[in-house]
Each structure stands twice: as C-alpha cells, then as structure tokens.
Design a protein around this ligand. Structure first.
Ligand SMILES: Cc1ncc(COP(=O)(O)O)c(C=O)c1O
Length: 396
C-alpha cells in the first residue's frame, strides 16, 4: 500500500491498536490446524458452555418473534433485572432508568469514554491492565496515563502514585476490580482513598466489575459506586461474558448517572440501534434463573487457581502472585535471563501451551506472562508439566 492510500485513513483510526489476547488465540488456532495439540490459556474465555436454561430462553424468545428493534437503552424487563441484581450484590439503590444495556462490557467502556473524553483529556488506567481502556481513550483523542502496580510489590495500589499523576487535564480514573490480569481485589480502604481523590479533583470513575462474581476469598468485592458521593460520578459496569460463560452473546451493561443517559444512548443509537431482543431475554433469564451455575463456576475456578499457583510456585526459576479474583495468574519469569515475555510465550506455544506475553498488558510486562485458567483441571495439569519442561530447557 503506498503512502497516499494510507493517508486516506482517519488519524483516529490509526491510533487504535488491536488486542493481544485475540491475536494470540488466532495464532494458536493456526498451529492447531496443523495438528499441534494446544492448551489454550491465552484469552479470558471460559471452556464452559452457557447454562442451558439461558440458551433455552433465547430460543423461546426467537420463537415468540422477538426479532425486532427494541429501545436503545435496553428492554425494561432486562433493565429491571439488572438493577435488582446490582442492588442485591452491591447493597445499593439503583433504578432501571440508570441502566444502559451494551454490546458487552467493552461497549459500556467505549460509550462512556466517547461520551466523556475530549482531545487532550487524560484518563488514568491501571497498568498492568485491560488494553482496551488505553486504546479507546486514544481513539477518543485522549491520553492514557498509567497507574502502575508492580509484581515484586504484590501489585499493591499506591495511592501516593495515583495522587501524583492527577492534574488539571485528568478526566477519568478507570478501575478494574477484581483486576485483569493481576487478580487483585481492592480493599475498602483503597477504594475510600480513590473516592476521596475523585471527589477532591472532580473526576469521573469507570468501575469495570466484570469479574465481580469471580472472587476466591469468600466475599463479594466492594464497589466504589456504593461509597458516599460516588454514585453521581461513577459508571459501574458488569456483564454476562464471564459470570455466565456468555462471551459470544455480546451482552453487558453500565449504570450511568442521570445526566449521561441521553448522551450515551444517542451515541449507541447511531452505532448499533439496540441489542437483539432475544439476547436481552437470555440476559433476563440468566439474572432471574437459578444461580447455582455461578457458585459452581466460582468453586471450579478456585480449584483451578490453587492448582496453578501451587504448581508454579513449586517450579524453579518462575513464581506467581496468588490471585484473589478474576481468571488470571501473572507468572514472574525474571529469573530466566535474556528471555523476553514474547520469546517465552512463543517458545511455550511451540511446546503446546498458549499464554499471553506480559508486554501486551503492561509497560513493565517484559518479565511476566499471563496465564488464564480457562481449561479444565486435567488440561491445566498437562499445561503445568509442559511449562515445567519448557523452563527446564530454557535454563539448562
Ligand atoms: C477487564 C475486562 N473488561 C471488559 C472485558 C470485555 O468483556 P465483554 O465480553 O463483556 O465485552 C474484558 C474481557 O476480557 C475484561 O477482561
């Protein structure tokens, strides 16, 4: 392609970068096509099927002819189910009027940032963190500013560092609790300190709580949304992809403050009009139906987390932080000298295990590799054997 053709693309579109996990998944699938046995631990997509009562609800909805446009904001039935669910899990008071149903949590993030960020505005994002926060900020013309958490400090949230990166241009602080990829859960004390800074500097907060049901310490993570003075400046986001194994359904939502609803819905109207009604009906069935699938999922993930963490921390040269929530373990490879996270992930892929280089998730991720515990325990055990022998080859 010559330079003239290239310049026909908007500057905005050229600022956006692709997402590593999807790329790594496709690369691993290519090898699979050539007959290589690959254990997929790269993307945050569970190996489990969507529970059958949710699938049935979608099919019944289609048979009822729910195949037309609905309201952009989402069906009242789903919005009522979501506000009931949020009120029960977060012990708060939200109204269906504040719920906006979006194409995945990614959609909720996208429309919030597009509605809030002007060129030059700064958005504070966690690092390591979900890459879309920075990508969407850049697309909107804003500047992502990284709030670092470090592996050798057990990924603690340093409030002094946060305070030092806030300035007159700061517009939003993005939180992801529990966090992808570190697996940390923020304490109430940390949330209170962040809330104090947000109120003092008049900032918005995006609280991405997509992993809220995937906690391993016995208690539902506290949401910053519930702290005094925060509901009016916080957009709480959650969805169905992880909790109900519904990644491909593209269903999520945000609880937006009153004054943002019209703005966000106008952008959505011109983007996708509305979510399909049968998908929304499936979401209602997920929230109103039996929740045993969620507790079984949590138990299974706790067992997988323990399996992975015990195995890794018993291997020479590598170690990991024990995640408190979400789906991921960050592996410290700093003792294997002269090997980048990209090289390590590449070598491991050749040995039949697909993971994500830490450099795709963090500016300081060169010595880290992310493992998503999204395969069953047998496959994870085999992956641990392959990991052990790959490390042995690299260090012999
Ligand atoms: C932190 C975080 N937020 C949002 C998403 C996007 O989720 P959805 O499938 O609901 O768009 C992901 C997906 O992995 C994620 O890790």
């Amino acid at each position: 392609m010559n330079a003239k053709q290239f310049s026909t693309f908007s500057k905005r579109s050229l600022r956006v970068t692709g997402q590593g996990a999807i790329h790594a998944l496709l690369q691993a699938r290519e090898l699979e096509k050539q007959g290589v046995d690959i254990i997929h631990l790269e993307a945050g997509e569970l190996d489990l099927d969507t529970p059958s009562h949710i699938v049935e609800a979608a099919i019944n909805s289609l048979h009822k002819g729910h195949t037309r446009y609905t309201s952009t904001q989402g069906t009242l039935q789903l919005r009522e189910s979501i506000s009931d669910y949020i009120n029960t899990t977060r012990m708060t008071q939200t109204s269906p009027n504040n719920v906006v149903v979006t194409p995945g949590v990614k959609g909720a993030i996208f429309f919030a940032i597009m509605a809030l960020v002007n060129p030059g505005d700064e958005v504070i994002v966690p690092d390591p963190g979900f890459p879309s926060y920075s990508a969407i900020t850049k697309f909107a013309g804003g500047k992502p500013v990284l709030w670092h958490q470090y592996m050798d400090q057990d990924y603690i949230y340093d409030i002094d560092q946060l305070s030092s990166i806030i300035n007159d241009k700061t517009k939003i602080i993005v939180l992801n609790n529990p966090n992808n990829p570190t697996g940390t859960i923020m304490s109430t004390k940390i949330l209170e300190s962040i809330a104090e800074l947000a109120i003092k500097h008049n900032l918005w907060v995006i609280s991405d709580e997509i992993y809220s049901q995937l906690y391993f310490n016995g208690s539902f993570p506290r949401s910053i949304f519930t702290l005094p003075g925060m509901a009016e400046r916080t957009i709480l986001m959650d969805g169905f992809s992880k909790t109900y194994a519904m990644t491909g359904w593209r269903l999520g939502y945000g609880i937006y403050p009153d004054n943002m609803i019209d703005n966000v819905c106008s952008i959505m109207l011109n983007d996708h009009s509305c979510l399909p009604e049968f998908i929304q009906d499936a979401g209602t069935a997920a929230l109103q139906g039996p929740q045993t699938c969620v507790s079984l999922l949590r138990d299974e993930l706790t067992a997988r987390r323990d399996l992975v963490v015990d195995a890794i921390n018993n291997m020479p040269y590598i170690s990991c932080f024990k995640p408190e929530g979400a789906l991921y373990v960050m592996i410290d490879i700093s003792q294997i000298t002269g090997v980048s996270s990209q090289d390590f992930a590449g070598k491991l892929l050749m040995e039949g295990v697909s993971m994500l280089p830490g450099s795709m998730l963090s500016k300081h991720g060169q010595n880290e590799v992310r493992l998503a515990f999204v395969a069953n325990q047998n496959r994870i055990s085999t992956a641990m054997e392959r990991l052990d022998s790959t490390v042995a080859q690299m260090t012999s």
